[in-house]
Design a protein around this ligand. Sequence first.
Ligand code: ADP
Ligand code: MG
Length: 202
Amino acid sequence: GTMSAKEPIILLEKVSKYYGAKDSDDTTRVLSEVDLEVYEDESMAIIGPSGSGKSTLLNIMGALDTASEGSVCIADQYLNKASENELAEFRRRTVGFIFQSHHLLPQLSVLENVLVPLLAEPKPKGMPEAEERGRNLLKRVGLDHRLNHKPGQLSGGEKQRVAVVRALIHKPRILLADEPTGALDRKSSENLGQLLMELNHE
Ligand code: ADP
Ligand code: MG
């Protein structure tokens, strides 16, 4: 192919995060001038001990938190310059989030749970298509026989797969996962890791 330079989908430049007044005795410095480039199709893991700032970094990339200093550009959008409306739109469309604890709603079925993010739409439209997409994704992760089950009837690994589908229902360009296998046994953990790699590839 041609040698056109591709822009990174995630570009962090000298991103710092601290709590308290800068350079004072009680400043808690969590991130210090972090540079990061991630390109479309890439999968990346951020590894470090508890308290080293992994969640803080992910939350900044997902616009759930803000950097104290530095530039955060995700999918061509400079988050430090975006308005509240633009940030809300960004959270709804550009990123999907998976957490260590699945946060599924216990009273809803599996299929209803994966459609929950669509309720945040200002004007919900295309619900039949979304439901079809939800069914297809649940099939893709091996849960087509669990559509009408409640989360309480599923194993830990199955619940996390539902959470993955819920995070993908909007076709986000970026999937951010904060210790998504942290509560799973080793086998389920490996399966989920494998699934995430495959989905990104697809
Ligand atoms: P990790 O996900 O790697 O375990 P976190 O990003 O959750 O790390 O936390 C990084 C550091 O930020 C921790 O030392 C934590 O104490 C600190 N921290 C988080 N929130 C606050 C806050 N509101 N005020 C002061 N320090 C905080
Ligand atoms: Mg964390």
